[in-house]
Design a protein around this ligand. Structure first.
Ligand code: PMP
Length: 419
């Protein structure tokens, strides 16, 4: 995508809340909902909800089949959505964008389709200690199925990938490097372009888990130099049930299908089947048509704001929250102490209080955060923690939300006598 000039402060989070119907809903505490859990799943702007409803109401039929107007209309909208998303993430062709249900399915598609035909006994696969289970378990399964070796790049105490450890493992010639662009549990922004360049040099394929970066930063997959990227619509203000795998065309062309059945075929006889072209080769069965159109509406919404502005806005919120939290005693902050290397996610621990209790007290004050292991149990183990509390920011948050967060921590500490 075109990288527009960032204009810090250009996004007015409180004004944007008017675009999100969920904020019309009163919280039982009587105060405005302070939503700090977009990293789990984001609220939807009205334009997205309306795009989905309008598709079902006026433009819905099955796609790629009908020889009638309504089906051609639905097909056009579905394929337009693919083009929007391709442009948004910097794909050189919309044929490189495969619609799937979510980032988890996108990564599994690569692990099954590319993995089972390109990985063999004793091959080395690299993942990292900071991965979401979605970018870890599929590689364990692949290693088990192919008798490959799976190693994890270590993370440092301050939540960065240990690049010395990475270089040492890269020198052993992995077949694959799978990593997150942004860690959902720490907020760390990994130096993906640098790592993808190292991987290319040793002939490894890079799989990027972009679930937490595409909604929050300008992402250009071609410029990053990765080979595959996975994303989920529901984290980028779009509907659930729709996500995408982007892959380099020559890799996708060479891969066998992931699932088989209708739509993904070119010709079927009782003796055998030939496959459709990409991306449809990977889209077996009826896809999530209205949800794809809703995802394109989310892309329009984010593009309307400008991704550099989104990043500048969330960076400002992060800076304020990080420095205010850092001044409090008895709060452990996770992840890099660097605004450049940290997305709008703050994972923290209040000494002496379980993260679930923290989140429960927050909820009583209308502040929604996530508490738990964030589907990153090996990372929690690395830091010897059962769980953390996580606040994550989006376009509709503002400095008032940061104040609410800090005030809620004050309530926790008073309640638990740790103040
Ligand atoms: N990767 C990361 C970094 C995530 O944060 C998540 C969702 N928490 C996923 C992958 C999986 O996304 P989904 O559940 O939409 O498949």
């Amino acid at each position: 995508m075109a990288i527009e000039q960032a204009r810090p402060g250009v996004i007015d989070g409180s004004a944007l809340r008017a675009d999100f119907p969920v904020f019309d809903r009163p919280h039982r505490s009587g105060v405005r909902l302070c939503f700090l859990d977009s990293a789990a799943s984001a609220p939807k702007p009205r334009t997205v909800i309306e795009a989905v409803a309008d598709t079902y109401a006026h433009h819905y039929a099955n796609v790629h089949r009908g020889i009638y107007e309504l089906s051609e209309d639905a097909t056009g909208r579905f394929e337009d959505a693919r083009r929007s998303l391709a442009r948004f993430i910097g794909a050189t062709s919309d044929r490189e964008v495969v619609f799937v249900r979510n980032a988890t399915e996108a990564i599994n598609l690569v692990a099954y389709s590319w993995g089972r035909s390109n990985v063999g006994p004793d091959d080395l696969l690299l993942s990292t200690e900071m991965e979401h289970h979605a970018n870890l378990v599929p590689w364990q399964q692949l290693a088990d199925a192919t008798r490959a070796r799976l190693e994890y790049v270590r993370v440092t105490d301050d939540g960065r990938l240990d690049l010395d450890d990475l270089r040492a493992r890269m020198a052993r010639g992995p077949r694959l490097v799978a990593l997150a662009h942004v860690s959902n549990a720490l907020g760390t922004i990994n130096p993906v372009a640098e790592i993808a360049a190292m991987a290319r040099e040793v002939g490894a394929v890079t799989v990027l888990d972009a679930a937490q970066s595409v909604p929050h930063l300008p992402v250009d997959v071609a410029r990053l130099g990765v080979d595959f990227a996975a994303l989920s619509g529901h984290k980028m203000l779009g509907p659930s049930g729709i996500g995408a795998l982007w892959g380099r065309r020559e890799l996708l062309d060479a891969m066998p299908p992931f699932m088989t059945g209708g739509s993904m075929i070119s010709r079927v006889t009782l003796e055998g089947t030939s496959w459709n072209e990409v991306p449809w080769k990977f889209e077996a069965g009826t896809p999530a048509i209205a949800e794809a159109v809703g995802l394109a509406a989310a892309v329009d919404y984010l593009e309307g704001l400008g991704m550099s502005n989104v990043r500048a806005h969330e960076r400002l919120l992060f800076e304020r929250a990080w420095s205010a939290l850092g001044e409090l005693e008895g709060i452990r902050l996770l992840g890099p102490d660097s605004v450049e290397e940290h997305a709008g996610v703050i994972s923290f621990v209040v000494d002496g209080v379980h993260p679930h209790d923290v989140a429960t007290v927050f909820d009583a004050e209308g502040v929604a955060v996530r508490a738990g292991h964030h589907c990153a149990q090996p990372l929690m183990h690395r830091y010897d923690l059962p769980a953390t509390t996580r606040a994550s920011f989006s376009v509709f948050n503002d400095l008032d939300d940061i104040e609410r967060l800090i005030d809620a921590i004050g309530s926790v500490r008073r309640l638990f006598g740790t103040a």
